[in-house]
Design a protein around this ligand. Structure first.
Ligand code: PEP
Ligand code: MG
Length: 601
């Protein structure tokens, strides 16, 4: 739920008295107001709001006669055809701008337009119930939408967004309305809901930013905005009903803040903040390609977390020294279709060749849980259910195909394998045995020769932390997934807005686990990396270095800044900081300690 404060609070949390006086003199609807949502993609936008409402259309209810029934079915079929043409256009724009990985979303929507069950059901009802197409379409889609919306699973809620987009598109096309996709240049678009297709199309009008009532940090629109480098604030409740076209606003995608009718001093404050951020980014990218080391010369390596191969083009300029995490589950394009071995081989090979000699750590499919679904069963508690290595062990055909594809692609020897959701050494042993079996076969028959990938375990469940001594003696490397480690250690669903305040990576329990994991891995000479979001947080950086961590895998755009920070610290200082944090008993105290360290450097 969005939080509203009537006036802006300064950075230190105190009220600016003049702003209150000026503000209070204005009529309510013109006063500066601040709302909190969820920051989906960082950046500040200052400008005019444009309220984007999809044309729902007003329809008269009428009964069809024998002649108009056939016309109505033809009209429905023509609307499907026009919708398909539109989606193909969006797909082309998406492929050009973001690559195939993102455009697959629209292929899935195009497939829905061809769904014979849906088309037959709608045509039959138009014929038998003599109702106009828009009513039948609305009723049919709404049945599914209700089920999806009532689902507690965020994946289904995201799918509901796709479904609603298709419904609106077909209905609009029944009335042959022009696609509403060109907006005035440079506005901040507000909508109760936006589909990925809307975001891509609207971004052609140089949109400064987006705000939506729905959505979360992990929804497709947030991810697409990150790739397009456009700020977005999502999850704003019903803010779209309170704002209007032409209204001045500021959005801050890092903090999830929206300010309507900003006072001049607020605009000045955010303009400065935006300029500072830009200066900071420019300075950081100047030195990004240089290796990063601490004041005393300890090398720190930054790798990239990648979701699609198209992101690789930005790798070298960002200063990344390889891919520390490729989330291969993104190859499940429509969420359910298992990618074939040949398709995977081509994909991995292209990635490995693009970045050779840099390393590419491919994480085996982390399907299930809150991610893409493969599960044919509806689980009551998917995050504690059939996910990651559990699915791969139960469905050997999926694991075999992926391992073979990876080994075949490893002709340069730069690919490593990372196993998700590990809770036991047996799981790792199981995968190792299958790798050995396939490698023995493929080494004989493949030309050019292939190399055996190294094996790493994701440390993201408390059980793996408990077993860290055994695990780090058994694997070639580990990667700490703090997103899931926080979720499973604190029993806080990482996607549940209600308990978001409790999702605290600086909780003493997490801090102590990290210290222990990194220290044990170091003792056992096991290569260690962090790939969870915590690795991107500048506040956590000196603490992690002080624990002994030397490898970070983070979103590409965060690398230049993190690299520039490293040289401010000496190892001794970071080690003292890490020991200090271990003694503290609350997240607030730990954050205060880290903030003080940051301010002093
Ligand atoms: C993690 O859990 O921290 C992680 C990096 O994996 P994902 O976010 O893909 O679950
Ligand atoms: Mg994880």
């Amino acid at each position: 739920m969005p939080e509203k404060t009537e006036h802006l609070k300064s950075e230190s949390g105190t009220t600016t008295p003049e702003s209150v006086v000026n503000n209070a003199e204005k009529p309510l609807h013109e006063r500066e107001s601040t709302y909190s949502g969820i920051g989906g993609s960082k950046g500040i936008a200052i400008g005019e709001c444009y309220t984007f409402a999809k044309e729902e259309g007003i329809h008269e209810i009428e009964e069809l006669n024998d002649k108009t029934i056939s016309e109505e079915i033809e009209r429905f079929m023509a609307a499907l055809h026009r919708s398909e043409k539109e989606l193909k256009k969006i797909e082309r724009v998406t492929t050009r701008k973001l690559g195939k990985g993102y455009s697959n979303l629209f292929q899935a929507q195009i497939m829905m337009l061809h769904d014979p069950v849906l088309i037959d059901a709608i045509s039959l009802r138009i014929r038998t119930e003599r109702k106009p197409a828009h009513i039948v379409i609305t009723e049919e889609f709404d049945q599914y939408l209700e089920k999806f919306n009532n689902s507690e699973d965020l994946i289904f809620q995201d799918r509901a967004d796709d479904l609603r987009d298709i419904k609106d598109r077909i209905i609009r096309n029944l009335h042959i309305r022009k696609l509403h996709s060109w907006l005035p240049e440079g506005v901040i678009v507000s909508s109760y809901h936006l589909s990925p297709a809307d975001v891509i199309l609207l971004s052609r009008s140089n949109i400064k930013g987006f705000i939506t009532d729905s959505g979360g940090k992990t929804s497709h629109i947030s991810l697409i905005c990150k790739s397009l480098n456009i700020p977005i604030v999502v999850g704003l409740g019903n803010l779209s009903q309170k704002v209007s076209t032409g209204m001045q606003m500021i959005i801050d995608g890092s903090t999830g803040t929206v300010i309507t009718n900003p006072e001049e001093k607020t605009i000045a404050h955010y303009t400065r903040k935006k300029e500072n951020e830009k200066k900071h980014e420019d300075n950081a990218s100047l030195t990004a390609e240089l290796p990063a080391s601490t004041k005393c010369g300890v090398r720190i390596t930054f790798y990239a977390n990648i979701d699609f191969k198209e992101e690789l083009h930005a790798l070298r300029a960002s200063g990344a020294e390889g891919v520390g995490l490729f989330r291969s589950e993104n190859l499940f394009t429509d969420g359910t279709k298992v990618p074939r071995e040949a398709e995977q081989y081509a994909y991995y090979r292209e990635m490995a060749e693009t970045i050779v000699p840099m390393p590419l750590d491919i994480r085996l499919f982390d399907i299930g849980g809150d991610k893409l679904i493969y599960s044919p069963v509806k689980e009551p508690n998917p995050n504690l259910g059939w996910r990651g290595i559990r699915i791969l062990m139960d469905l050997p055909e999926i694991l075999d195909a992926q391992l073979r594809a990876i080994i075949r692609a490893n002709t340069h020897g730069n690919i490593d394998i990372l196993i998700p959701m590990i809770i036991s050494v047996e799981e790792i042993r199981h995968v190792r045995e299958i790798i050995e079996k396939h490698y023995a076969e493929l080494a004989k028959e493949t030309d050019p020769p292939v190399e055996k990938p190294e094996i790493g375990a994701m440390i993201e469940v408390p059980a793996a932390v408990e077993l860290i001594d055994e695990i780090t003696k058994y694997v070639d490397f580990i990667s700490i997934g703090t997103n899931d480690l926080t979720q499973y250690s604190l029993a806080v669903d990482r996607n549940n807005v209600i308990v978001q305040d409790l999702f605290e990576k600086f909780h003493p329990a997490i801090i102590r686990q990290l210290f222990r994991v990194i220290g044990t891995a170091q003792k056992n000479r096991c290569r260690t990396m962090i790939c969870g979001d915590m690795g991107s947080d500048p506040l956590a950086l000196p603490f992690l270095i002080g624990c002994g961590l030397r490898r970070f895998s983070v979103v590409v755009s965060d690398i230049p800044n993190l690299k520039s920070l490293v040289s401010r610290y000496s190892l001794a200082e970071t080690e003292a900081l890490a020991h200090e944090c271990l003694k503290l008993g609350s997240s607030a105290a730990i954050k205060a300690c880290l903030a003080a360290f940051q301010a002093a450097h």
